[in-house]
Ligand binder design. Sequence first.
Ligand code: B12
Length: 429
Amino acid sequence: MKIALVSPRGQERNQQDNLILEVYRALKDNLIFMVDDTEFIPNLGLLSIAACAPGHDYRFIEEDYLPLEQTEKVLFGENFDLAAISATNYQAVRGYQIADRYRELGIPVVMGGLHPSALPQEALSHCDAVVVGEGEESFPRLLEDFARGELKPLYRAAQRVDLTQVPAPRYDLIPNPERYNKFPVVASRGCPHNCEFCIFPSLWGREFKHKTVEQVVEEIRLIKQIATNPHIAFVDENLLVDKNFAKQLVKALIPLEIAWECFCDIGVADDDELLKLLAGSGCEELLIGLESPMASTLSAVDPWKAARVEQYPERIKKIQSSGLPVTGLFIVGFDQEGPEIFRELRNFILKTRLADMDFAVLTPMPGSRLYDRLAAENRITSRDWSRYTWQHVNFKPLKMKGEEIEKGLLWLFKEFSRPELWEKREPAS
Ligand code: B12
């Protein structure tokens, strides 16, 4: 079968109504960091499911990475037997437009990814079948049903996918590897924490599971076949949380001589042996969801993080003095925080001398506990998913106005794009 694997345009590269791009444009001559962080990463979900159903003729189509004038021809110019569309919240509206178009052309459509997984009934009004959650086991089953003319509307993994049994993603399907500056690898799935805003505890479950180290090394070898000196982005939710696995993995990465980054939690600071291994392994960035410097906020969001927030500064210092740059990931708009939070955050970042940082507006992702709570409190103000960009406020905040939060987010980005402020960070002691 000829199958289109489609990742619809996201809001970022659509370049419309994008708050951060406004900052980028205004400050592009002054920005000394973050602008380099613009990440071009191929969609791993689609490459992963294609690997599980070999023997078909796949076209990997990422709208974000196509020139606008080619979109129409690449998406709709071929006679596909089936279109498989992946969507997170901010891609859903565009994903539905594409799905509707394929169906008008007589091409059946299946959808998967975070958004259809959270809202399968909504997605089903635009497509013929939805895969909820992990796709590795369900997608091949769906294709077999489809070939027999017995496509069902809903597919869920019969049991949790055993990652040690999954084939390497089909990186070879990427038609234009030179377009990307990072290549994604997943070594594990799941995170033991239960942050209120996160969709993953309900989607993947909290149990941490992982591939074998050999699988991961093989996947990196495959990436090296399509890209020279690739920068590897481990896109796992919390890669280093199982310290034994983390050490085995990092030891295996050392001889590969790659540059890499991953998401992890602040607990990495507690293991000296792991820090030492990481420092010599090509790890260029540890992205850590710190969320907020306020204990009162974190108590409501995730008790595990709340228990560690007082030691955030020492732990950041310990990690960074081991030679590992930390990117602090922060969220603004929590119920506990008023307008003072923006200065608090600025001061915290200056004090801790974080190597880099990113800010996002609290977003009630469908499927998260936060979404359920705010919906029950009648505080969701928009269900226009194209606004679910983590830059726009889509709920009624408690201690600020929505506009204040969006303005505060911009202010933080602008503050940290001023070289003089950057230089002024407290000297490392
Ligand atoms: C890599 C990544 C990116 C890349 C995008 C790469 C790409 N081309 O897709 C970049 C860096 C560009 C990016 C940017 C952003 N991202 Co991002 N990103 C991720 C990240 C870290 C990994 C995604 C991934 O590869 N996962 C691994 C694959 C294997 O899993 P998967 O995609 O879910 O696929 C599985 C299933 O869902 C299913 N499946 C998926 N699709 C399909 C399709 C079909 C047909 C089937 C059958 C099955 C199926 O099968 C797969 C295998 O089991 C996730 C976090 C995460 N851990 O998932 C955040 C995440 C997706 N991003 C997020 C956000 C918010 C953003 C930004 C808006 C951030 C910002 N404030 O700017 C921007 C917006 C970008 C834009 N285009 O506008 C949120 C999305 C929230 C949501 N519920 O929608 C996430 C979940 C992070 C978070 N905060 O929790 N991101």
